[in-house]
Design a protein around this ligand. Structure first.
Ligand SMILES: NC(=O)C1=CN([C@@H]2O[C@H](COP(=O)(O)OP(=O)(O)OC[C@H]3O[C@@H](n4cnc5c(N)ncnc54)[C@H](O)[C@@H]3O)[C@@H](O)[C@H]2O)C=CC1
Ligand SMILES: CC(=O)C(=O)O
Ligand SMILES: [Mg+2]
Length: 605
């Protein structure tokens, strides 16, 4: 059963006003480098921030201008340059401005990670759209041209048989969190081959910013098995393998070898699979989920965030949560994300309504409504294909168009995970006015912004002001006139994946179970107060992402303990974890979150 106890408004006020206390540890940090090598290592570099004693100790004297600039001064200086870039690029083309902003942040990332992550954490609302969706999509599209320095590791089809030794080329002795892609379905942009590495980098930046994973213990990975993108294959600057994608056993043997190599070196590393095309997303999840600590973010992270949003919309209608079982939900997009959402929603309905559950889900793909009459149905979509008799009352048939489905079903929720920009057009949105819900919900979850099924403005304009709206990429709130505001929720898996990874890490989970994922979704679903939900606010502001992530991490940790997969982390064993109260668990998780401060550096040979 769902355990959703909404927080009080007073608690929520506290959240808004208080930035989570830093749990930074500023103990000394051992370094084996000296002199200029330190200045060129972004993990340790402090630029002009090295104190004089440290300059002496580390052989830096004379390699820097004499004046010591404090961390705070460096921070202010960076933000001033950023703000003047913003001013100077006003009125220029959107993509040019976005890439200019990305470049200035990326240069800092390449030079001084401590300052970079402080800047990111303190300005997450402004910077998430640059390092994450939507700008990260543009960066991936232009990656071969933008490439200056490598970040992360690249394993290609040509490295078969070598991965076990290659993994030791990574300079860090410990890795906690890996985000892995094969570049085959980057956001809604399709196959971008090796250029998809931008996604693991962006996701891991969110891990550091939201979950406080130590940036020295993260590893973005690209598995380059070729690309089927003709434009890239013909691009002389393309940096990946110029060959068609490996398929079948050949493909799986590469992923197998990578997983074995990673876990041989770092047995406790957690691997997040990201932006794999659907067939491999499902196949690899089944193949590895009981052997390694891994999850697929597009299937499982997205599902939890969407479900939390769907339960929020039930609450916003003033109905009990059990009414979720009666909601008519139209999902557009039968890929890894859409099917992940429906599977989790089905589990929730079954828990609420028991074995007699009869969910009202309608699934469409590019060929329209999916029914049992379809000649070829993907096995993962088959459980959601409607039977002939179920459709009679609506007068619908196989392949019915989205407009027809919305007009005839009058759904409570219209949720897009199709990657098809603008598919919720004026006619579809206007049809949502006839929804059977007093507060119809529209989720245009595809990324990046250009691939969103509709804009926030169109949703409120055509479907009416009483809707609840969510989008995968950020949109501004909509001015509805007379002081009224149409609230935009960012329905993005960023509200869950950092907490899933963090909870798995701090519990020392052997594997990531459905129970842990359900706990994550429940935690997010109950985070908002009734008053916030009434205003159509389904998710916390991104400014609170460190706080919600700590809560989600704690919920995941506790579920790992209950499900007996927690093996403990550092010197805290499973028994001690199981003796912690809920509050103690949250504190324990927060204590394990890294926060960027300059630690004193001590040289050791
Ligand atoms: N907001 C979030 O947190 C997340 C958003 N996404 C976004 O969801 C989108 C889809 O991702 P996946 O499911 O992994 O992709 P996928 O490629 O596995 O599936 C796409 C599905 O959309 C369907 N489709 C394509 N054009 C359509 C049309 N015109 N009408 C109806 N259906 C259509 C396809 O037939 C397919 O079933 C992407 O844009 C991705 O960025 C994915 C994960 C998380
Ligand atoms: C957000 C995300 O994971 C995606 O669009 O694929
Ligand atoms: Mg993704």
């Amino acid at each position: 059963m769902w355990r959703i106890v909404a927080r009080s408004a007073a608690m929520s006020g506290l959240r808004g006003s208080r930035r989570m206390a830093s749990t930074a540890m500023s103990g000394p940090c051992i370094i084996r480098k000296r002199g200029a090598d330190i200045l060129h290592d972004p993990w340790f570099n402090k630029d002009t921030g090295f104190p004089v004693t440290e300059r002496d100790r580390l052989g830096l004297r004379g390699l820097l201008p004499p004046r010591v600039i404090s961390f705070e001064q460096q921070y202010t200086r960076f933000m001033e340059s950023y703000r003047s870039l913003e001013k100077n690029t006003q009125g220029q083309k959107e993509d040019f401005v976005a890439l200019s902003k990305w470049r200035i942040l990326n240069r800092l990332h390449d030079r001084n990670e401590t300052l970079y992550y402080r800047v990111l954490i303190n300005n997450i609302k402004d910077f998430a759209p640059i390092i994450y969706t939507p700008t990260v999509g543009l960066v991936c599209q232009n990656y071969s041209g933008l490439f200056r320095r490598p970040r992360g590791m690249y394993f290609s089809a040509k490295d078969k048989g070598e991965m076990m030794s290659m993994i030791y080329n990574w300079p860090a002795s410990q890795v906690d969190m890996i985000v892995l892609t094969d570049g085959s379905r980057i956001l809604g942009l399709g196959d971008l081959g090796v250029q998809g590495i931008g996604i693991p980098i962006g996701k891991l930046d969110m891990y550091v910013a939201a979950a406080g994973i130590n940036p020295q213990r993260i590893l973005p990975v690209m598995l380059d098995v070729g690309t089927n993108n003709k434009r890239l294959l013909e691009d002389r600057l393309y940096l990946g393998l110029r060959q068609p994608r490996l398929e079948g056993e050949e493909y799986l043997s590469i992923v197998d070898e990578f997983m074995e190599a990673v876990h041989a070196r770092w047995p406790k590393a957690i691997v997040q699979f990201e932006d794999f095309q659907m067939k491999w997303a499902f196949e690899t999840l089944q193949r590895y989920r009981n052997r390694f600590c891994m999850f697929n973010d597009d299937i499982q992270g997205t599902a939890g965030v969407a479900l939390a949003g769907l339960l929020g919309t039930v609450r916003s209608q003033g109905r009990p949560l059990t009414d979720f079982a009666n909601q008519k939900i139209v999902v557009v997009g039968a890929g890894s994300a859409g099917l992940g959402v429906l599977n989790m929603a089905l589990q929730a309905v079954s828990r609420m309504a028991g074995p007699v559950a009869n969910p009202h889900f309608f699934l469409l793909d590019k060929d329209g409504l999916i029914t049992k009459d379809r000649d070829v149905i993907d096995p993962s979509a088959a459980p959601f294909a409607k039977a002939h008799q179920e459709l009679e009352e609506f007068g619908l048939r196989e392949g019915a168009s989205l407009t027809e489905v919305v007009k005839k079903v009058k759904p409570h929720v219209l949720l897009g995970l199709s990657g098809c920009g603008g598919i919720f057009n004026e006619e579809v949105l206007t049809a949502m006015k006839e929804s059977d819900s007093i507060k119809p919900a529209i989720f245009a979850m595809s990324n990046p912004t250009k691939n969103a099924e509709c804009t926030a403005k169109d949703a409120f304009q055509f479907a009416g002001e009483n809707i609840v709206f969510g989008s995968g990429s950020p949109f501004e709130n909509v001015d509805l006139g007379d002081g009224k505001v149409g609230h935009v929720n960012q329905a993005n898996n960023m509200y869950l994946f950092p907490g899933i990874g963090l909870g798995a890490l701090v519990s020392g989970a052997r594997i990531i179970t459905d129970g842990m994922l359900q706990a994550a979704a429940e935690c997010l679903a109950s985070y908002m107060t009734d008053e916030e939900i009434q205003r159509g606010v389904l998710y916390p502001s991104i400014d609170c992402i460190r706080d919600i992530t700590a809560e989600v991490g704690a919920a995941v940790l506790r579920a790992a303990v209950v499900e007996e997969v927690a093996e403990g982390y550092h010197d805290v064993g499973p028994k001690e974890l199981s003796n912690m109260s809920r509050e103690e668990t949250v504190l324990h998780v927060k204590r394990n979150m890294w926060y960027p401060v300059y630690s004193p550096l001590v040289h050791e040979k």
